[in-house]
Ligand binder design. Sequence first.
Ligand code: ADP
Ligand code: MG
Length: 699
Amino acid sequence: MNVEEIFASNVFTKGTMRERLPKEVFAEVEDVMENGGELSKATADIVARAMKDWAVEKGATHYTHWFQPLTGITAEKHDSFITHPDDDGKMIMEFSGKELIKGEPDASSFPSGGLRATFEARGYTAWDITSPAFLKEQAVGSTLCIPTAFCSYTGESLDKKTPLLRSMEALNKQALRIVRLFGNTQATKVTASVGAEQEYFLVDQAKALLREDLIFTGRTLFGSPAPKGQEMDDHYFGVIRERVGAFMHDVNIELWKMGITSKTQHNEVAPAQHELAPIYESANVAVDHNQIVMETLKRVAGHHGLRCLLHEKPFEGVNGSGKHNNWSIVTDNGLNLLEPGISPNENIQFLLVLACILKAVDTHADLLRQSAANVGNDHRLGGMEAPPAIISVFLGEQLEDVVKQLVETGQASKLKEGGTLQTGVSTLPDFEIDATDRNRTSPFAFTGNKFEFRMVGSSDSIGSPNIILNSIVAESFCEAADRLEAAEDFDSAVHDLIKEFLTKHQRIIFNGDGYSKEWIEEAKRRGLPNIPSMVESVSALTTEKSIKLFEKFGIFTKAELESRAEILYEQYAKTINIEALTMVDIANKQLVPSVIEYTGMLAETVNATKTAGGDATVASDLLKRVGGLLTTMQQDRVELSTIEKIGSAMERGKEQAFYYREKVVPAMDKLRHTADELERIVDKDYWPFPTYADLLFEV
Ligand code: ADP
Ligand code: MG
C-alpha cells in the first residue's frame, strides 16, 4: 500500500484547489481561509464548480452540508448534483456557489432548547472554509461533504461548530496581544491545536445483536463481571489479534483517504478495548476529524462482523472509555506558547502563559467539568478509574517547584533537573528522564508542551471542551494584556502579575493521586468544586460568571447558554428514560421468562429426584434461592416501571432531569443488582443473551 498516494485522496485539499482554480480565485480563497471574510459570488461559483468536477470525477453523485447539531453527533442531508434534463433529455450535473456556501435545511427536529420555535423551521448551514471538503465513500455512494456551521434564522448558533470558531477567534486575538508584549511582531495568527486520543470497545456484532441493551443504549444494562477482568494487565499494549488488526488496517486506510492522520493504535487496559490517536491539528479541524473517526470506527466495524462501542461505560467492572483532548496554542510562525524550553524558570512568556492557564482553569473549573459531562460519563468520572470529577492541574515535579519558588520568593532561580535514566546495559542508550513524568490520575495534566484534558467521554464531541478551553484562556490572556499594556515598567509588571496569578490560583495544582479519598477531602478544604454528575454540572453554563465570560468575547449569548442548558437536561432525561424502558422490556420479555423456565426445570428435578429416592437438597435449595430472587426481580421491575412513568409524564427541564438522576437511576441499579445476582447462579443455557465473558473475550 502506498500511504503517500492514498493520503487525503478524498479531500479537496489546498493543493487540489491550487491545481484546479485560476490563480486569482485561489488567492481569494486562501485569503479568506487565513484572514476570514466572505468569498465573492463569482469566486464561490468557480470554487463550487471545481469542487463538483473533482468530486464527480471521483464518483460522487451527491453533496451534503455536513454539520454538528447539539445532538453531539453529525447530521447530513444528501442532495444529488442532478438538475433538470435539457430538451434532448441530457443530464448536466451542477453545483453553484450559493449551494456551496449556504444551505437551508428544514431543521425543526434538531434540538434548539427553545431558541427556535417549530414554526420557524429554517436553519442555516454555512461553509467553514477552514475545514476542507471531503468525500465519504459509503454503501449509499460517494458524497461530497462540506463542513458547515449551523445557525438559526436569527443568527443564534444551534451547533458546536459556531461557538468553537468564535472561541478560536477570541483566543487568537488575546494570545496575539500576549506575544506582541514580548516583542513578537511576526506572528499574525495564534491557533489552538488539538489531538484527540479515542478509546473504544470492539465486540462481536452477532452477539451484540442478541442484546437489546447494546442495540438501544450502546451499553450493557445487565451483566455480571466475567471471572477475569483487567487485573492481569495483559491486554494493555498486548499483541493485536488478527480480526481486530484487520479492522484497524481498514480504519486507517479509510481515515487516511479522508486526510485524517491516524497515527497510533494499541490495545487499551480493559479486555476488548482499543485506542486510536491522530496527529494534532487546528482545533476546528480536529473536532471535525474526531467526528469522522467515531463514524468510521462504527462503520468499518460492521464490515468485519464487529460492533464498535463508543459508550463511556459499556461494561460494569472494567475500565470505561474516554478521550484525551491534547491542547496547545501555536503561532503561525511556529512557536508553541506551551513550550517551556530548556529553562522554563527563565522563560517569562511561558510562565505568564502558564499562570494565565492556571488562573483560567481555577476560575472556571465548573465550566471545564461541565464540558466533559454527558450521560455516559457519569459512570466514569468520580469512579475509581478515569479522572476524578474534581478539576485539578498536574504540572510535574519540575514546574511545580518553579511555581513554588515564584510564589514564595518572586524568583525561580533553580531548576530541578530531569536527570538521566541509566539502563545498566552497555549496548542500550541511557535516557533523558522527562521532567514532567506522567500522572494518569490527573484530569488536566501538563505533558511536555501541551495540556491533556482527560475527562472527555469517548462518545462525546470534543467541541465543547475546546470551546471552554479557548474561551477561559482568552479571558485570562485578556486580563493580563490589559494590565501589561498599560504598565510603565513591563519587566516588573509581568513579574508581579505572574506572582499574583500563581499565588491566587495555586490551589488548582495537584500532583498526587487523584483517585484517593484524601484528595476529595483536600480538594474540599481548598474550595475546589466537586461536581459529581452531568445534571449537577449544567447550571455552570448560566452563572453570572459564565454569561459575563461568553458575552464579553461574543462566544455565546445568554439565550444560547440557556438553550444549551435546556437541551442538556432534556438529553439526560431522555437517555435515562430509554435505558429504563429497555431494562423493563428485557426483564419482562427475557429475564423473567427465562428464570421461570429455569425454576420449572429445577422443580421437576426436585420432584423426580425425590420420587427416585435421591437427595434433592442441592436442587431444592437452589430452587428456593432462585425463586426468591425472581420475586425480588419482579418487584424491582414493577417499581422501576412505576417510577419511570412518573418521570416521563413530567414537564421537560431541570426538575425532570434531577428526578431521573435521583429516582430512576437508583431504581435501575436495584433491578440490575438483582438480575446480576441471578445471572451468577442460573444455568448458562437458560440465560437469554451473551454474557460479559462471551462479549469481552471472544473477538
Ligand atoms: P500519549 O499521551 O498517549 O503518550 P502523545 O503524548 O504522544 O501520546 O500524543 C497524544 C496526542 O497528543 C496525539 O494526538 C498527538 O498528536 C497530540 N499532541 C502532541 N503534541 C501536541 C501539541 N503540541 N498540541 C496538541 N496536541 C499534541
Ligand atoms: Mg495521552
